[in-house]
Write a new protein. Structure first.
Length: 350
């Protein structure tokens, strides 16, 4: 019997289509044909990318040369461009502004590999440190309100033909609508109960254990109760914080290990599926903003997190027409499959 579930944050409804239930082997996901051109992201080919914006490298190494651990460059096909002013204006019933923003590529390893799970925990930690560095730098630009950090892994997820580990960021002059939905839901819950919704979900899921994939000292991975997609997962820090950019070094290191463990379980369970992951963090807040009061409780009500969405199904007419999602794999079943790929001692939820 199908089941309708409501997302407690956004109020979005999801159909858990149990009569269409699918196991990991039921999802085809062709990876596409890799490019035969020399990889421009490998160490030693720095001249094949735009000049670097940021890099983790030894102090004696030279910019735009070998010796780096993580490197950030502008996108060669930017969605938004960094030069210029917004020039926001009205056009009858419409609002218009120039396409100003930032679009950067985070090259996650100097060696040629196609998967974050092939890196060490320390390497993944360096990637997250780079995310923080870019986020905290871009918040000083008064034109920007939000930075979206995301990874497209595999052709079906928009990852391109070059199998080299990388992720992207796009800074926008407005707060995206989907982010606002989460912010509003979290704020309403806090105003009603004086507690963080995400912290309450962590406590409830740890108590029941049925949707906990894994956890560590600093992070926990859940299959959301109203999962939109098969094997959708959410990594949350256990310590309450609305800003990914302010996560402490030791905590970030633990979260890096948890992220790598989560991706390894997905890879083993689903034979390296295409996926997108997205870091959800609070928008920039500036005291001089005319809407500064709007986020007055955000430090208490919002909780940053990372969503990962394997690209195993496609949306069709019903989904586009209603905003509903149809998920053929209940999250409780997904957790069972994912736990089977982990060492026995990591199955616990406490």
């Amino acid at each position: 019997m199908p089941e309708l579930r409501k997302d407690p944050v956004t109020g979005r409804w999801v159909i858990i289509a149990t009569e269409r239930a699918k196991r990991p082997n039921d999802f085809p996901h062709p990876q596409g044909v890799p490019s035969e051109e020399p990889c421009p992201f490998c160490e030693g080919r720095e001249d094949r990318t735009p000049p670097e914006i940021f890099a983790l490298r030894p102090s004696k190494s030279q910019p735009n040369g070998p010796g780096w651990q993580v490197r950030v460059v502008p996108s060669v096909a930017p969605v938004l461009r960094i030069e210029g002013q917004l020039d926001r204006r009205g056009y009858g019933a419409y609002d218009v502004m120039r396409g100003i923003g930032a679009h950067e590529v985070i090259i996650e390893s100097p060696r040629h590999c196609g998967d974050l799970t092939e890196l060490s925990d320390e390497d993944v930690h360096a990637v997250l440190q780079t995310y923080q560095a870019r986020l905290n730098d871009l918040q000083h630009d008064p034109r920007f309100k939000y930075v979206l950090l995301f990874k497209n892994h595999g052709r079906a997820a928009g990852g391109g033909y070059i199998p080299h580990v990388r992720s992207q960021l796009i800074a926008t002059p407005v707060t995206p609508k989907r982010v606002k939905e989460e912010l509003e839901g979290a704020k309403q819950y806090f105003h009603y109960r004086d507690r963080c919704l995400y912290c309450d979900m962590i406590a409830q899921e740890r108590e029941s254990g049925t949707r906990v994939v894994c956890e560590s000292e600093h992070g926990i991975v859940l299959a959301p109760f109203a999962s939109r997609f098969p094997f959708e997962l959410c990594l949350l820090p256990k310590r309450h914080s609305c800003d990914f950019g302010s996560t402490a070094a030791a905590e970030l290191q633990g979260i890096a290990r948890t992220l790598r463990q989560m991706l390894t379980s997905l890879k083993q369970t689903l034979a390296n599926p295409p996926y997108n992951y997205i870091v959800h963090t609070a928008p920039f807040r500036r005291p001089t903003s005319t809407r500064a009061h709007y986020w007055r409780t955000i430090k208490e009500d919002y909780h940053w997190h990372l969503e990962i969405m394997p690209r195993l199904t496609r949306m069709a007419g019903f989904e586009w027409g209603t905003g509903f999602y149809i998920n053929p794999t209940p999250p409780e079943d997904a957790v069972t499959y994912l736990r089977d790929q982990q060492p026995q001692e990591r199955h616990g939820t406490h």
